[in-house]
Design a protein around this ligand. Structure first.
Ligand code: NAP
Length: 267
């Protein structure tokens, strides 16, 4: 039977790769982002599906736009099996450089949008026999990093949201809705070019980065066999696990790993 999936942020990077992989596996995919034209380009590349793929334009920072997209999706698909909550924006800035408008936008996109989307899509997920929700968070959600304090905090909030949702939805629908957090590490996409970077802090070297399709494969795996949380680089997983128990050790390890003049605190 066809599985019906929604992928947010499907117009580029990880979301585009995920939409393509899911479609190649026979899913009917709803592609969501703000800009229609790049979504139409991705749609044109998808293998045909009897049940049809669909493009949804929606700005996740706008509650009315989220409600409208959920209503449209319900009318077209009439139920959802998988939501890949992937759309997100970065913000590379020292705390002293943070601009109010950009701060609001990064939280609205990465945290408030997914929460509102979950509320609006619950009735659709309840119709599925095996519903799965995957939040694409980040390794920096489990270990905040300098120069990306706002972005890290949004991903930490997303992880906390998923922890709560996992229990709230344990008895929802038919047999519970599985909620997964996926924490990619550095991935070669247009994410870094798109993010505001007022002080021109150096962007990471993408030479050793994963590819978007590597992350898409993990998402497909999570749909087949849901796990509460998966981090894609073990060193980052270790940093996240050490932080609440040995915060000073974690600080030192992180400063060394990042280089670039960052220092662990001495007090
Ligand atoms: N790249 C990495 O190294 C990395 C590492 C860890 C985690 N991640 C996470 O992975 C996810 C995907 O990132 P990516 O690397 O694939 O970045 P990307 O190529 O920049 O893709 C971001 C996607 O989000 C959409 N989007 C942005 N703001 C939106 C909004 N307000 N409403 C609806 N859609 C919106 C964009 O489309 P429109 O502009 O058309 O709206 C685009 O499709 C993000 O959540 C990111 O935080 C990335």
């Amino acid at each position: 039977m066809t599985r019906y999936a929604l992928v947010t942020g499907a117009s580029s990077g990880i979301g585009e790769a995920t939409a393509k992989l899911l479609a190649s596996e026979g899913y009917a995919v709803a592609l969501l982002a703000r800009r229609r034209e790049p979504l139409e380009r991705v749609l044109a590349d998808l293998p045909e599906c009897e049940d049809g793929h669909v493009v949804l334009t929606c700005d996740l920072t706008d509650p009315a736009s989220i409600t409208a997209a959920a209503t449209e999706l319900s009318q077209i698909f009439g139920g959802l099996d998988l939501v890949v909550c992937n759309a997100g924006v970065g913000y590379r800035a020292l705390v002293e450089e943070i601009n109010d408008k950009l701060l609001d936008a990064v939280f609205a996109t990465n945290v408030l949008g997914p929460m509102r989307l979950a509320r609006e899509l619950l009735p659709e997920l309840r119709k599925s026999d095996r519903a799965v929700w995957v939040n694409v968070s980040s390794v920096v959600g489990r270990r905040g990093i300098p120069g990306q304090a706002a972005y890290s905090a949004t991903k930490a909030a997303l992880g906390s949201f998923a922890e709560a949702l996992r229990l709230e939805w344990a008895n929802e629908g038919k047999g519970g809705i599985a909620v997964c957090t996926l924490n990619p590490a550095l991935t070669a996409t247009g994410f870094f070019e798109a993010q505001p970077n007022p002080g021109d802090l150096p962007n990471p070297d993408l030479a050793d980065a994963a590819g978007p399709m590597d992350v898409a494969r993990e998402i497909l795996q999570l749909d087949k066999r849901p796990e509460p949380e998966r981090s894609l680089r073990w060193k980052w997983w270790l940093l996240g696990a050490l932080t609440p128990i040995f915060p000073r050790l974690s600080d030192r390890m992180l400063a060394k790993k990042l280089g670039g003049g960052w220092q662990a605190p001495t007090r």
